[in-house]
Design a protein around this ligand. Sequence first.
Ligand code: GLY
Length: 385
Amino acid sequence: MLLQGEDRQWLNEVVGKLRTKMDLVSERSKFKIPYTTNGGTHDNRITDNPSGTETDGIYWWTNGFWGGMMWQMYHETGDEKYKEIANFSEEQLDACFSGYYGLHHDVGFMWLPTSVANYKVTGNPESRKRALHAANLLAGRFNLAGGFIRAWNDLEGEDTRGWAIVDCMFNIPLLYWASEETGDPRFKQIAMRHADTAMTAFVRPDGSVNHIVEFDPEHGGVVRTYGGQGYEEGSSWTRGQTWALYGFMMSYIHTGKEEYLNTAKRIAHYFMSNIPESGLIPIDFRQPKEPAYEDSTAAAIAACGLIEIAKAVGPLEKDVYIRAALKLLKTLDEARSDWSTESDCILINGSAAYHSGKRHTAIIYGDYYFLEAVFKLKGDDLYLW
Ligand code: GLY
């Protein structure tokens, strides 16, 4: 992206701040896989299992992002230490393959920024094997009757056999990659069937999206929707909007199917028209005004998706997406970043969900997507999806 004048100067300054901060933090956290911070210090999902459940600890769905940050920094700086830390974090995830039961649809989030990244950068055959193994696990979750990839495994007290969630639009790039890598179209066919289903079952006419859709697992067809991590059923969980916005762009990038681009644009226009004057993104666009809960992670992911749309459209359209992305990123830099060298996080005020989980805290994928968006604007990011 060719930014000019003040925008270019701002971008150069942020890149400098990221390089300084990551140089220190990577050293401090080199034997960790962080999710959040406690008192400014990264936690460690290799050893911590805060909820004590099978899907937490080393199985936690965000465990690929730290490795992804390391690969982005390696690409940016060429410093071997980032590669070594990325390798360490990828190797830790092998425990998930042997344990198996804690894995679900989020294998894309876990192995795209680690093993696929490693394979793309270094050609490591072990990484290729891990990524193909993960792709097969994801493909195995496809429900033929409903045309969707099943989300989580059994949740306490819920029959989730028919549940699909919008976040999965970020997992299916693993399937596109597997087809591109092997020449076997099965993976891509499953990914496209899931994306086609999501276009009709998740995306609403106004461009907003549902978080969870339940299908009849035996015969297909929508049974009902859930508000999930947003405010309520029918509301508009902002991170879900961004998983869809950038997710449909990814499906477009891998397939060239125009409908995916148009869907991403429709969601983007809904999103952009709801960005508050402050540039701070709420947890849900339809939440009550007070408390004014925010989610910085949604802003960072949206910025990435908007920049990808700008790259795909003609010169007359580009500016609207770049301006919106810049507004989000500048707000994050100026108002929601912790550039101090003592604390391990970059972004503050990330929120896991409206009703449960941590709110207004550091979350690793907020940092990952902020970094990705900044490098995208520079025009030389490593595309991991
Ligand atoms: N993929 C779950 C989330 O966005 O919190």
